[in-house]
Design a binder for this molecule. Structure first.
Ligand SMILES: CC(C)C[C@H](N)C(=O)N[C@@H](CCOc1cc(O)cc2c1C(=O)N[C@@H]2C)C(=O)O
Ligand SMILES: [Mg+2]
Length: 328
């Protein structure tokens, strides 16, 4: 007996273009994987992939098509890890498998994952780079969001924070440089970022150049995003970063995401869960990882023009568990 694999692609338009250090996003392209068993149960998973690692809808679709003949009724997450590398294709398939196993067993995915219960989480809300007036307007419109993630590049950094802080003085602040800084610039910015109340800095330096951070005594904790894929990344991050940003697209699915939580906790890292964008179908499995994270950045659906009909409920920044009809 086999499992039937269906692969679809979708383009999810953002409500407004979002500028980050490496480009402007107007929409998020995703693959949606559906797995069907012989008894008519089905499970779904969605992934955007990791663009800066060379992934695209075409490459992810090709990876999935190549392993489709290997799928069988008892296919396990461990087999997926042998067949596919960490990345978006494995993420979509692994999350579809979790959903399928939940539907087959009549239990919620979080019960199968060993959680006794799941609680709502508070997500960050991202404000992209842009003209002063636009940044201020977005910050004012986000006054109901308690945690703002500010995008920065090598030129626009302190001003971005000041604009947001002036318009939304009560916000807790995270800044994400998306690899645009170097050690010198980071050291130059740290005192002012600290004075402005920024509480976390995401990926200041280029991935692979993390040794620049050796010996830095930062008053603000640093989070590895692009530099952290799966468990194999952790040894190189020790002593350089205090947090890791777990994204299911980077680590290749919920199974590795949960394993990464445990491994990182054992090494003393603080935890953040993030996303490459997407609908509630991509946020739902990440919501399980969020249960153990001090920072949650699952704002993908808040940035979209429209979410799926079975969307997860966002009460301002508070994200509730997914309904069965969506996932898990
Ligand atoms: C736009 C995201 C949904 C917002 C999220 N809070 C976030 O900041 N996530 C990432 C950045 C995601 O970057 C993406 C997403 C994507 O679909 C395509 C691309 C990128 C990117 O960096 N390059 C390509 C264009 C984060 O850095 O935490
Ligand atoms: Mg980031």
């Amino acid at each position: 007996m086999t499992l039937e694999l269906q692969i679809a692609t979708e383009c999810l338009p953002l409500s407004e273009p979002l500028e980050i250090a490496c480009g402007v996003l107007a929409s998020i392209d995703v693959i949606v994987v559906t797995l069907r068993d012989a008894r008519g149960h089905s499970g779904r998973g969605e992934a955007a992939g990791v663009d800066y690692a060379g992934e695209s809808l075409v490459s992810m679709t090709a990876q999935l098509a190549a392993i489709a003949p290997k799928l069988h009724a008892e296919t396990s997450a461990a087999e997926l890890m042998q067949w596919l590398p960490a990345g978006g294709a494995r993420n979509a398939l692994d999350c579809a498998l979790w959903d399928l196993r939940a539907k087959q067993s009549g239990q919620r995915a979080w019960t199968l994952a060993g959680f006794r219960t799941v609680l709502p989480v508070t997500t960050a809300y991202t404000i992209g780079l842009g003209k002063e007036a636009d940044v201020r307007r977005k910050a004012r419109a986000a006054r109901h969001m308690p945690l703002i993630k500010i995008k920065a590049d090598a030129i626009r950094h302190l001003d971005m924070v000041r604009f947001v802080k002036e318009e939304h003085p009560g916000a807790r602040l995270v800044i994400d440089a998306n690899q645009a800084w170097d050690r010198d610039l980071l050291e130059q910015l740290l005192p002012e970022l600290y004075a402005l109340g920024v509480e976390l800095i995401e990926q200041p330096v280029r991935m692979g150049e993390d040794a620049q951070l050796d010996g830095l005594r930062s008053p603000i904790p640093l989070a590895a995003d692009e530099s952290c894929t799966d468990r194999s990344s952790l040894p190189d991050l020790l002593g350089r970063y205090q947090y890791i940003n777990i994204k299911l697209d980077k680590c290749g699915g919920l199974s590795e995401g949960l394993a990464l939580v445990k491994a990182a906790q054992e090494l003393g890292f603080g935890l953040m869960v993030g996303c490459m964008g997407g609908s509630s179908l991509a946020m739902a499995p990440a919501f399980l990882v969020a249960q153990d994270c001090s920072y949650v950045d699952l704002d993908g659906p808040l940035l979209l023009a429209a979410d799926r009909p079975e969307a997860m409920a966002y009460a301002s920044a508070q994200l509730s568990p997914p309904e069965v009809a969506l996932w898990g």
